[in-house]
Design a protein around this ligand. Sequence first.
Ligand SMILES: [Zn+2]
Length: 420
Amino acid sequence: MRRAQPALAALIALAACAATVIPARNEAIQADRNDPVIRVALATSAPGAAIGATGSWRVYAADAKTLLYRPSARDSWQFEAVGGRIRGVAASGMNMAARSGGVVLRPVEPDAFMVFNGKRYRGEIVIAPAGEALLVINRLGLESYLRGVVPLEIGRRLEPEIAAVKAQAVAARSYAHTRIRTSLGRPFDVVGTVANQVYGGADAETSMTDIAISETRGVALHYAGLPVDGPYHASCGGRTAAAGEVFLGSPDRPYLRSVSDRIPGSDGHYCDIYARSAWTRMLDASEINASLERYLRDHVSGIRGGVGRAMAIDEAGRTGSGRLAGLRIRTDRGSHVVRGNGMRFVIRPSNGEILPSTYFSARSVRRANGDLERVTLTGRGNGHGVGMCQWGAIGRARAGQSWESILQTYFPGTRLETLY
Ligand SMILES: [Zn+2]
């Protein structure tokens, strides 16, 4: 999970215009279960949506009660945005006249799936106009949602690693539950990408991750008696980060403090098994100039006109866990300091990838005339570094630690309690 805060804010702002036409959470689809419904945005500005199902299905109005159409199992529809409204065209030739509200698409049989752009989804699909495009949301129970998240977030794991899979299930549940509680009034709770948690629907499910989810059903992290989120990242590089080191201005959360991933009695770390833990990026002056011109304004204020030509890129202190606190960027037009996770977004190679972590050192090489020639970044870890280290959890599982112990290591002071 790599949460790109600016991108997420933009998505929410974009989708907010559709808030008035999105039906509220539908209680019907959780009738026989106690888990809450989560609304997962599958697309926030799609020009169209190809919809089918693995059985007969129904098209309802936005109230999720007024039946509009009864497509058969083989019937596929194309929904399109037309002037701020939504139109449906069935392969069978049936047309749904343009509507200003959204539609709710639901399979008839409880074990059938809706299909969107060729992928199967549990629960129901909601489509609503969002400006000149479509917002496509999958509404389903939280436990069903996790079945499409955990395998993509922790990868294919072996039986001796199941403790890491269970820890991942609890962290993902805790994160999603927090999103549900804090997104009231918004058209969806999460997006199905790295901006929140990667979600692949029913096609992503595996029997091992299903077992890990059902054996931890409803369990979430609690702190001081309240449920809390459980952020995680691929690899901490040896020591996790306190939330405030990378997420600037984030409230003080004592359970998100820096934790060592060192294996007792050795120089190694539990996450050293991650092959790409150590990384190097070499950027020449033209890449740096292009990157600063494109991204620097998103992370510092007060830049008018061009950013200028890079003269030097220097380290601006270290955080408590040893991460870089900031980058001092000097150009021929000014000097700026970028702090926290924003550093990963400002200096990018020409392929546009963000830096793996903020756990790095920077070395500048200058030409004889004082111009910047290149910068070499040498780092460890992958992701923001806060909360659970996924590769560390896998290493700990291999070493025989329980999922409860893994979670209580990475989220110190928390308790594991059942939400429902
Ligand atoms: Zn680690």
